[in-house]
Design a protein around this ligand. Structure first.
Ligand SMILES: NC(=O)c1ccc[n+]([C@@H]2O[C@H](COP(=O)([O-])OP(=O)(O)OC[C@H]3O[C@@H](n4cnc5c(N)ncnc54)[C@H](O)[C@@H]3O)[C@@H](O)[C@H]2O)c1
Length: 335
């Protein structure tokens, strides 16, 4: 049984808590948030202890796994302290706000011999995983091009509006589009260059709508469009469209206003060369639950973490920062 502490009882803290509720071999023993009421709400789901200060929790509590769901700027110091205390770590994405910090976090984890995973949740999202498996199987030849999108209205839940400052969240490319950039890396491997363009508004953390075109070393290419500057009733929208040598895979998912209404069903459609069209079956399970379950299972069984490693998180940060630089400076970035 893994004893879990959830650090940060905001939007993601609650999302992960709902995942742990369904996991038999994990128990949330404490919740930390400097806003006591928020910690209380989640702790109440588990009869867990409440802390408002991380250091106090760390010096008092007996636990195995720290689940970091606080704003991105806190990730590096939390990882350092948790690793030094020999705790295993699940850290929300983006891993960090800079590549240097991400490198230091990888080092902290290695040096202390703990296991770590980053919350790049598309690597657990049933539709994205199924599509990745089909592409990797080679059944339809090589992937030639992929288009991914993640579009929404500005998130309203940030405690103290932390996400609306570029120095806190990195802006929409690092906070939002990073999911699709990470997915493109998962599909195509090493990037060779990218060029991005974006729209800027300091009140929405700088670049709030960014379109990034990436060339990969294997000859494939991809585009990630991400933005949180949509308006009115615009629903949370995800798009994944992959052109392969012998088929096209198409998924367009529209949730309600926020990603919490992610239980709607939209079929992934495969259009095969030759005219056959079919719907791809993907299990209808919550991706955040699947992510937490994977990490807990690896810890319980003593298995290495192979999906959404800190190294994957670091590569995603690197490419997102490059996209931001490219859009701001109107330049091509080569890797
Ligand atoms: N994987 C995803 O789909 C996804 C979605 C949204 C957010 N995120 C990421 O999750 C992280 C948290 O984002 P969120 O949307 O949950 O934010 P949030 O504002 O809803 O929650 C953050 C919580 O952390 C608490 N907090 C901040 N600093 C603290 C400290 N020093 N000590 C104790 N508590 C502290 C705040 O009071 C708040 O309750 C960010 O890194 C964000 O990028 C990931």
């Amino acid at each position: 049984m893994q004893k879990v502490v959830i650090m940060g009882a905001g939007f993601m803290g609650e999302t992960h808590a709902n995942g742990y509720k369904l996991i038999d071999n994990a128990k949330v023993v404490a919740v930390v948030d400097r806003v006591e009421e928020k910690a209380k709400k989640i702790a109440g789901m588990f009869d867990a202890k409440i802390y408002t200060d991380f250091d106090e929790m760390l010096s008092t509590e007996d636990f195995d796994l720290l689940d970091i769901c606080t704003p991105t700027g806190t990730h590096p110091w939390l990882v350092k302290k948790a690793a030094e205390a020999k705790k295993n770590i699940l850290c929300e994405k983006p891993l960090a706000l800079s590549v240097e910090e991400a490198d230091a976090m990888i080092e902290d984890v290695k040096k202390n011999g703990v296991k770590a995973m980053v919350g790049q949740v598309l690597r657990f999202w049933p539709e994205y995983v199924k599509v990745k498996e089909i592409v990797a199987s080679g059944k339809y030849g090589k992937p030639l091009h992929a288009y991914c999108a993640r579009l929404c209205v500005p998130p309203e839940w940030y405690e103290g509006k932390w996400g609306y400052a570029e120095e806190n969240s990195g802006g929409a490319v690092l906070d939002l589009s990073i999911h699709d950039l990470d997915y493109l890396l998962w599909i195509f491997g090493k990037p060779s260059s990218l060029k991005a363009q974006g729209v800027y508004n300091p009140e929405l953390a700088g670049l709030f709508h960014v379109v990034t075109g990436i060339e990969f070393e294997n000859g494939g290419s991809g585009v990630a469009e991400g933005g949180w500057g949509f308006m009115g009733e615009f629903p949370f929208t995800m798009v994944l469209r992959i052109l392969l040598e012998k088929a096209v895979i198409d998924w367009e998912f529209r949730a309600g206003k926020n990603i919490e209404q992610r239980d709607k069903v939209a079929n992934v459609i495969i259009y095969e060369e030759g005219g056959k069209t079919y719907n791809l079956e993907a299990e209808q399970k919550d991706p955040y639950y699947l992510e937490c379950q994977y990490f807990v299972d690896c810890l319980e069984k003593g298995l290495p973490i192979e999906r959404a490693t800190f190294e994957d998180g670091r590569k995603a940060v690197e490419i997102a920062i490059a996209a931001r630089e490219s859009a701001k400076g109107n330049k091509i970035i080569k890797f």
